[in-house]
Design a binder for this molecule. Structure first.
Ligand SMILES: [Zn+2]
Ligand SMILES: [Zn+2]
Length: 195
């Protein structure tokens, strides 16, 4: 089963909901992540509450936090699930706090707007679909299912994201789609995009 993520409009930057933009929430002491290619701070893209996933039965399924490098657009293999130009963290649910931002240009650390992404089972007559949860990925190119860096098994498809309705404040996937995968037993996640 697939759930749609509908654009829920502006929301607080630290809202504990599925959203794009704002500030990342993580366990206390979590350091702001850096790009493996250029060493600059990554830009926070989105957080996805995995309790929103269809069929989820775990009592505390956790939170997926997605980052990507905005320091050198197109030069840090931002699309790759393994190059380190992006980062997906599978975080435990509960007791999450805003991650302190490093001393850097705020435009490089976050998107220009914060939008709630509301899970829904049917598409609205009007409005924007920001992405999908669960089901199967709708690849724009070829099947690029990543393998878990810990157990080497194919990871589970978790979420698909589009850039968002406003190009000025949206995520940059080269006008394509991003795909987030997780390996829950290993606590790992991966992000990639295609266009
Ligand atoms: Zn970079
Ligand atoms: Zn694994």
């Amino acid at each position: 089963m697939t759930m749609l993520l509908l654009d829920g409009g502006p929301v607080a930057p630290d809202a504990p909901v599925t959203r794009t933009g704002g500030v990342p929430l993580a366990p206390a002491g979590t350091a702001w992540p850096a790009c493996a290619a250029c060493a600059g701070p990554l830009q926070f893209l989105a957080q996805i509450l995995l309790g929103d996933l269809p069929g989820t039965t775990a009592p505390s399924p956790g939170v997926l936090a997605l980052f990507m490098c905005a320091n050198r657009p197109g030069q840090c293999a931002q699309w790759s699930p393994t190059a380190g130009g992006n980062l997906a963290l599978l975080l435990p649910a509960g007791d999450l706090e805003p991650v302190p931002a490093p001393d850097a240009d705020q435009d490089l650390l976050g998107l220009g707007a914060v939008r709630a992404a509301l899970p829904a089972t049917t598409a609205p007559a009007t409005g924007t679909v920001l992405g999908r949860l669960g089901g199967t990925p709708r690849w724009l190119q070829y099947d690029e299912t990543p393998h878990c860096p810990t157990c080497a098994r194919p990871m589970d498809f978790t979420a698909e994201l589009t850039e968002g309705p406003d190009p000025v404040t949206a995520m940059n996937f080269g006008s394509g789609r991003a795909y987030a995968h997780t390996c829950t037993p290993c606590g790992r996640a991966a992000l990639l995009w295609q266009c």
